[in-house]
Write a protein that binds this ligand. Structure first.
Ligand code: GLA
Length: 378
């Protein structure tokens, strides 16, 4: 990450005395669009994220410089001070959500930069929120629990960025632990760390970024969530979690065809997460991979959040003998996550790169995954 550049820019703009904080993006092995349905997710933090240099400035104004964009934003801390820049709303939202929870904070100066690709489905926005939530909690000694920091990021998305997201991304960014995935139950909010080292079993995990930018703000993401909530209501449940295919079939006549397909995907995905956890405990990575493909095609055909490029990448992976491949994150673009046997790795990367470039006129970006720690002070 651009830690040195961030520090240098801070000195140039505001002088000495900054403290550095970082928060990561995430992967998700399986369990997509299950978080807001009260289901399970299975994410891990990665070695790419946001780094920020921050210093309290004793005023009631916030000055932030986004290094990668070369843009500044300055705003106050009242509700009516919402900045014009979309990226700055993430920082502003975090400040407001902290204040709404009864804590007092003041102004600060900050510079930040990131190496999580934007719009790749790796949660660059959650990394930004978690960085500032973690930093303000630390610098003002607020004593906010980690889980609440994640909720502050999630509420920022809901109330200041227009995305009705679940808790997965912010949770993973705050709680990440090197070498571990986390299985979070999004109904009880209990979670467990799972040691995860595919190399010990002769596999590698790699992301292939289609470079189709996904944009969840004001997107059909919120429509997907609304579909799920409508079906849950017809079933008389708070969440789709726990509903069976039989129950869904029984109400088929009362819901739209579209809502039926959305719910069918979610109910199937719930079972796949559980299957994957059981398979991991047995060291059976082939079953993990098989479920990943099922998730991909469920997201493509029933949930309809894939795109041509991502379907193409999943197909090429299958042809290359890759054990598992699927669209990762919210969808509508971004990356596939691939579980590949060591001996097939080089061939897969070469073939996927070549075929994708021949079809779409540009190469996909290959992103090897290292499961890393969550939000922290550097
Ligand atoms: C986005 C959201 C998450 C989750 C995923 C899909 O990343 O922010 O809450 O719903 O999509 O699994």
């Amino acid at each position: 990450m651009n830690t040195n550049l961030v520090e240098q820019k801070f000195q140039e703009l505001y002088g000495e005395g900054a403290i550095l904080f970082t928060s990561p993006g995430r992967i998700n092995l399986i369990g997509e669009h299950t978080d807001y349905n009260g289901g399970f997710v299975f994410p891990g933090a990665v070695d790419k994220g946001i780094v920020a240099a921050i210093r309290l400035n004793g005023s009631d104004r916030v000055k932030v410089h986004a290094l990668d964009l070369g843009e500044n934003s300055e705003f106050g801390l009242r509700e009516e001070d919402k900045p014009a820049e979309q990226w700055a709303c993430y920082v502003f939202g975090v400040c407001r959500e902290i204040q709404k929870r009864g804590y007092t904070i003041g102004g600060f100066d900050a510079v930040f930069s990131g190496d999580v690709p934007l719009g790749a489905g790796m949660s660059s926005s959650a990394a930004l929120e978690s960085t500032f939530a973690f930093a303000l909690n630390d610098l003002y000694n607020l004593g906010i629990e980690k889980f609440e920091l994640a909720r502050i990021g999630q509420s920022t998305e809901h109330n200041y960025c227009g995305v009705n997201c679940g808790i997965m991304d912010q949770f993973a960014s705050v709680h990440g632990k090197a070498g571990h995935l986390m299985r979070l139950d999004c109904r009880s909010m209990e979670f467990e760390y799972f040691p995860f080292d595919p190399t010990a079993h002769g596999y590698r995990l790699v992301l292939v970024n289609s470079c189709v930018k996904h944009e969840l703000v004001g997107s059909p993401y919120n429509d997907r969530r609304a579909s799920c909530e409508r079906v849950a209501a017809v079933l008389g449940q708070e969440f789709l979690r726990g509903a069976t295919m039989e129950q869904l079939e029984a109400v088929k006549g009362e819901i739209s065809e579209e809502d039926y397909l959305r719910a069918r995907y979610v109910i199937g995905e719930e079972q796949r997460v559980l299957d994957v956890c059981a398979a991991l405990e047995q060291g059976d990575l082939e079953t993990v991979g098989a479920r990943m493909y099922e998730t991909h095609w469920g997201m493509s055909r029933d949930y309809e959040v894939s795109c041509e490029e991502l379907d193409f990448l999943a197909e090429v992976a299958k042809e290359c003998g890759v054990s598992g491949s699927r669209i990762m994150g919210g969808g509508f673009g971004g990356c596939t996550i691939n579980l590949v046997k060591e001996e097939l790795y080089e061939g897969f990367i070469a073939t996927a790169t070549e075929k994708f470039a021949a079809r779409y006129g540009h190469e996909p970006k290959i992103i090897p995954v290292v499961i890393s720690d969550g939000a922290r002070r550097l």
